[in-house]
Design a protein around this ligand. Structure first.
Ligand SMILES: *Cc1c(COP(=O)(O)O)cnc(C)c1O
Length: 398
């Protein structure tokens, strides 16, 4: 049986580890290294980078057995030519963008991108001379009208992580490729289990591994998954920037990956049930979750994705203001208030979309939920009690 023909669960279980090379231990070792030593001057001078054929990892910053373990697993899952571990999800995004852009180039950036991705454009790319244009969050083939002679890259995030608009990755990649425009997508929401962007024609798939891969809210990690055409510039830029992931973080990322499929299945199942329940609540104007048939991105999600996760937002009905929303969130028993998501525990936070291409028009407050592995009935009861606080507080204000 070839690697490719094995099922997902099998690949997640066995990929990126080899007990016969790990002193028999099931898991790869956490190799802590800066210096790596050599027997001869010749071996030291020849090549010190395992990616360029050396039999050892030449220096801590180039990687370790531990980082290579997760890199090879991620490449297998994404169908990537190579993957690079970096210190955070944001570092994956910024390293990849710097690898494919230079002064004078034009970047199309999706409007619903993770806010720090937009901030990187404002604080780094634009000052260094890259032209940045924002395109609507539901972009597809019509994005072609925005291409310029100097367009070099298109950055997507489908679905957007706050508001969950879907872009047509396949249509955009098909238009970009013949023009030599590099396409990148932040694939954190779907994970490689829910979407394999490279198989849709995208060049670079990015992960905040902090979320689903690590899965236990205890490490920061990013992964850049590249096709053949982009792996050299990305590798060079990661090295030039001094990007390196810690061994402990890499270990936690590969360990989390072993249970990714079962965690995502559980969280998605609960999330869908909760979203269906939320849709019918009078306190809710709209639920933003592509797996819901009523979601504007549902058809694209169904066509190109194999799964989902536990992250979605709701737009509350008009008239509930900040104090009422705060009362709802602060009284939850199981949902903690906090940034990040994709851990085993449920989280909630408030959101304010930032938009350039198209103004966000929904008047209601936005609340984002990350559904964890608790029992769904308990989460529903917690949400129900939250709506009581929301209404009581709102009535008190009148
Ligand atoms: C959290 C997040 C990131 C950034 O990841 P960090 O590891 O926190 O730097 C990037 N993209 C999306 C969609 C995220 O949710």
């Amino acid at each position: 049986m070839t690697e490719r023909s094995k099922g997902l669960g099998t690949r997640l279980t066995h990929g990126g580890r080899d007990p016969s090379r790990q002193y028999g231990a099931v898991n790869p070792p956490v190799v802590r290294a800066s210096t790596v030593v050599f027997e001869t001057v010749e071996a030291f001078e020849r090549t010190r980078d395992h990616r360029q054929g050396s039999d050892r990892f030449g220096y801590g910053r180039f990687g370790t057995i531990t980082t290579a373990s997760l890199e090879s697993l991620a490449s297998d899952l994404e169908g990537a030519a190579d993957s690079f571990l970096v210190s955070s999800g944001l570092a994956a995004i910024t390293t990849a963008l710097l690898a494919v852009l230079k002064a004078g180039d034009h970047l199309l950036m999706v409007d619903c991108a993770y806010l720090p991705t937009r901030t990187f454009c404002q604080r780094v790319l634009i000052p260094m001379g890259v032209e940045v244009d924002y395109v609507p969050s539901d972009s597809g083939g019509e994005i072609e009208a925005r291409f310029k002679d100097n367009t070099k890259a298109i950055f997507l995030e489908s679905p957007g992580s706050l508001t969950f608009e879907m872009q047509d990755l396949r249509a955009i990649a098909a238009l970009a490729k013949p023009r030599g425009i590099v396409t990148l997508t932040d694939n954190t929401w779907a994970s490689p289990l829910g979407c394999r962007p490279l198989s849709l024609g995208i060049d670079i798939s990015l992960h905040a591994a902090t979320k689903h891969f690590v899965g236990h809210s205890d490490a920061m990690l990013g992964i850049i998954c590249c096709n053949e055409a982009t792996l050299t510039p990305v590798h060079r830029m990661a090295q030039a920037l001094g990007q390196a992931a810690g061994s402990e973080e890499a270990y936690l990322g590969q360990r989390g990956a072993r249970t990714l499929e079962v965690r995502l299945a559980r969280a998605s199942e609960s999330a869908l049930r909760i979203c269906q329940w939320l849709q019918d609540r009078p306190e809710v104007a709209r639920v933003l979750y592509p797996p819901l048939p009523s979601d504007p991105g549902h058809a694209l999600w169904q066509r190109d994705f194999n799964g989902a996760c536990g992250l979605f937002s709701v737009v509350l009905a008009e008239g509930y203001e900040k104090p009422a929303v705060a009362a709802m969130l602060e009284g939850y028993d199981l949902f903690s208030i906090g940034a990040s998501w994709g851990g085993y525990e449920s989280l909630v936070r408030t959101e304010t979309p930032v938009r350039t291409a198209r103004t966000w028009t929904d008047p209601g407050q936005i609340v984002r939920y990350s559904i964890g592995l608790e029992d769904c009935d308990d989460l529903l009861a917690d949400l129900e009690s939250g709506f009581q606080r929301l209404k009581t507080q709102a009535e008190g204000e009148l």
